[in-house]
Design a protein around this ligand. Sequence first.
Ligand code: CP3
Length: 345
Amino acid sequence: MPGLLLETLRGSSAKPRPVWLMRQAGRYLPEYRALRAEKGGFLALVYDTDAAAEITLQPLRRFGLDGAILFSDILIVPYAMGQNLEFLAGEGPRLSPRLVDTALAALSPVPERLSPIYETVAKVRAQLGPDKTLLGFAGSPWTVATYMVAGEGSRDQHETRGHAYRDPGAFQAIIDAIVAVTVEYLCGQIAAGAEAVQLFDSWAGSLAPAEFERWVIAPNAAIVTALKARYPQVPVIGFPKGAGEKLVAYARETGVDALGLDETIDPCWAHAVLPQGLPVQGNLDPLLLLYGGGASGGELDRQVHRILDAFADRPHVFNLGHGIGKETPIAHVEHLLSTVRQWRG
Ligand code: CP3
């Protein structure tokens, strides 16, 4: 019997709603901070497969969530494609050499950098109950490309959007290369025990409509097609953050099995315009969870119910609209989970 989360991603509307939280393994948890301090940096944790498996399981031990998401990062793909990767304290990730001034062909791929991740997946699956779903993930090609081209995160992806306009052929080659490695990487995660996978497109919102078609929809559709050819039973969750009204085309054209919604999306609008029966995931504002819904907590409960009620007639996985903030009090998470679990529509 698959768990509630996997059933929902496959189209069941069972209640109570399954729930997990993006970035649920991380710095808001004292047990994560303790292990991180012991092992050194973030990458050291990712490549210590026992530690990575333990971190993946930490939020389930504490909260009994319905899904575990592999502890890794979307930038492992560029790392395997041959870029150097560093996480600088307080500054975020750095990739070098940057593809804004270095040709893709100058990189020497290091595919062995993917194998330890599969080992983590297998270690987690071995410790996870049958009613819990193990989620694998990768970044979507556009979002991964923004880091590969600029070498770091940037406010409006200016350098990468510019690169794509100046030299669409070279940029297409970067996207195609990311698609190929991502397919291999996700197939490796599935073979090791991931039961569903999520594609994170954190910067999908910065593209104009024609560019959204070319750099978001087309590569995600290519990934979904390749995964379905090998693993037709494994649901793919697409999460094009900031896509707004372009979500409708994304849902129709990519072939994803479920759609992640960010907090800017009105759930009533989404329910009205998205294909009937398409599972959705989301979309509480992580900032509202951080602040606990104001002095009385009332606003948090109201928003949680608004989301649950809007999606009462379609498969729905409760989640945040983006990653949980590192200052979020544990008590707020506990309160949220009990509210979601009590709801029966
Ligand atoms: O719990 C989980 O969600 C699983 C693990 C996970 C991480 N990153 C761990 C992580 C997942 C799914 C990601 C995705 C990711 N990584 C995205 C897409 C989703 C999103 O948040 O938009 C992006 C853009 C990245 C790239 C990345 N990784 C950045 C920009 C940063 C630095 C900023 C930050 O939040 O610290 C990271 C580091 C990172 N990835 C941490 C974690 C737990 C923090 C590491 C630490 O300092 O301990």
